[in-house]
Write a protein that binds this ligand. Structure first.
Ligand code: ATP
Ligand code: MG
Length: 430
């Protein structure tokens, strides 16, 4: 989660907002709410003290009127000492403020306790002139409930902060996500749907630029295919004519020379055939069950390797796998052909195993290997290692380019491991 742009941005925004919120509450609490609370508690404490003093000094007959007056107009109640008091555990700091204020005014320790069964009402015993007076007041009498205010504020504001930042970040990351998906599709040789060119200016511009690039790439690919396909096709006719002319030459012509030319023409035809295959891409093909053993045996028969170059085939005669048969044939043909051509006449081994839905086929040779710096490049069209270029029976350098194209289009995977001098091993996962 924290690896994605969405996760990171929302984390930063939410935590910044929360820190800001807590700081605001702390500052407001310290400079505003706390002093107001103290002031309130102080006022109430002095009212209680004043009432107690007045009560004690009043003549007996007027005391009841005074008590009635207090409860009616000031919400202060007279206790008779029969109230059951609970342990005083104060959630709100106001009680502590009041206790402090009363204690300092009276010069002795004063406790405020709630009444058992009526936790709303609190009582305080005040000793004045050898007498103890019990005065009660209700919870709501002591003003703002600081901790609750802070708690509700934090709760509501954090929920708002989280939601709004998630909403905001989603708005920003969604187009970036779409862009990355579309770029991946182009990378795999596909055509993505055009991106929506809307939203904030920068994102809309990016989408527009990307869409243009995507169409440009498609056009370029199409032009290249048409052009090269056309050239390859048109070269076939003059080649055929050359071959016919070569066959009609009088016997007096040097046969070695003419057979060399015939070989060159063969070679050119092979290149053209392979190139047309590459530019045409893959035809639509259905998935069908393929007997892997039969397929590989057929390919080996086509290639006709030297007798010495025995192929070690992992033997599982009845093994079938549902896949694109023609595409798999082309890929395996090129890989086995290479293993045999560049395997220095050493045995080649082919094995396969199924892991879940994936079939892994590995072709290993014991040739001279492919140096690290060439391992990626050999998948480019016409790229051949120096050693193979000098070879008399040269290939075209298109085999692996075709393999690469099929692998990408079918969503398969290919991995190559090769150590110079001891051979190459290529695994395809389909
Ligand atoms: P073709 O189009 O006939 O297959 P090619 O074999 O030369 O021609 P690729 O199959 O594309 O072309 O291979 C490109 C190059 O990679 C080869 O020329 C060769 O130098 C090198 N190469 C490929 N496979 C191996 C291998 N198993 N061992 C060593 N080198 C290899
Ligand atoms: Mg090849």
């Amino acid at each position: 989660m924290t690896k994605t742009l969405f996760g990171r941005t929302s984390l930063i925004i939410t935590s910044t907002m929360l820190i800001f919120l807590l700081a605001t509450i702390a500052i407001a609490g310290y400079f505003i709410i706390l002093p107001v609370g103290k002031r309130n508690a102080d006022d109430l404490a002095s009212l209680i003290l004043l009432s107690a003093k007045t009560y004690v000094e009043l003549p007996l007959e007027t005391r009841q009127d005074f008590i009635d007056e207090l409860s009616k107009n000031h919400q202060l109640y007279w206790g008779n000492g029969a109230e059951q008091l609970a342990e005083h555990t104060h959630l709100k700091p106001h009680f502590s403020f009041m206790e402090e204020s009363l204690s300092s005014r009276l010069g002795s320790n004063v406790d405020i306790s709630p009444e058992v069964g009526n936790l709303d009402r609190h009582w305080v015993d005040i000793k004045i002139a050898e007498k103890t007076v019990r005065i009660g007041f209700d919870q709501q009498r002591i003003g703002v409930a600081l901790p609750y205010v802070a708690f509700y504020l934090v709760a509501i504001l954090s929920i708002m902060a989280i939601f709004s930042s998630l909403l905001l970040v989603r708005k920003i990351t969604r187009p970036v996500q779409n862009l990355s998906q579309a770029a991946t599709i182009i990378g795999a040789g596909g055509v993505p749907k055009p991106l929506l060119e809307e939203g904030p200016k920068e994102l809309a511009e990016t989408a527009r630029a990307f869409n243009k690039m995507s169409t440009d790439v498609q056009n370029l690919l199409e032009n290249r295919t048409v052009l090269l396909g056309g050239i390859s096709h048109d070269l076939r006719t003059p080649l055929t004519r050359m071959r016919m002319a070569l066959e009609m030459l009088p016997d007096s012509v040097d046969t070695e020379l003419s057979s060399e030319m015939a070989e060159a023409i063969d070679n050119m035809e092979l290149i053209i055939r392979e190139y047309m295959q590459l530019t045409k891409g893959l035809e639509d093909e259905n998935i069908e069950p393929v007997n892997i053993n039969t397929l590989i045996s057929a390919i080996i028969k086509e290639i006709k390797p030297d007798k010495s170059q025995i192929i070690n085939l992992a033997d599982d005669g009845d093994y079938q796998f549902e896949t694109y048969a023609v595409a798999l044939h082309r890929v395996l043909f090129n890989l086995i052909d290479n293993a045999i051509s560049y395997g220095n006449k050493n045995p080649v081994s082919i094995s396969w195993e199924q892991q879940d839905d994936t079939l892994k086929i590995t072709i290993s040779d014991q040739g001279s290997g492919i140096p690290e710096q060439h391992q990626e490049k050999i998948f480019r069209p016409f790229y051949r290692l120096e050693s193979s270029r000098n070879r008399a029976s040269g290939g075209t350098g298109l085999g692996l380019a075709i393999v690469d194209q099929i692998i990408t289009q079918r969503g398969w995977e290919i991995s190559l491991s090769s150590t110079q001098g001891s051979g190459t091993s290529i695994t395809i996962s389909i």
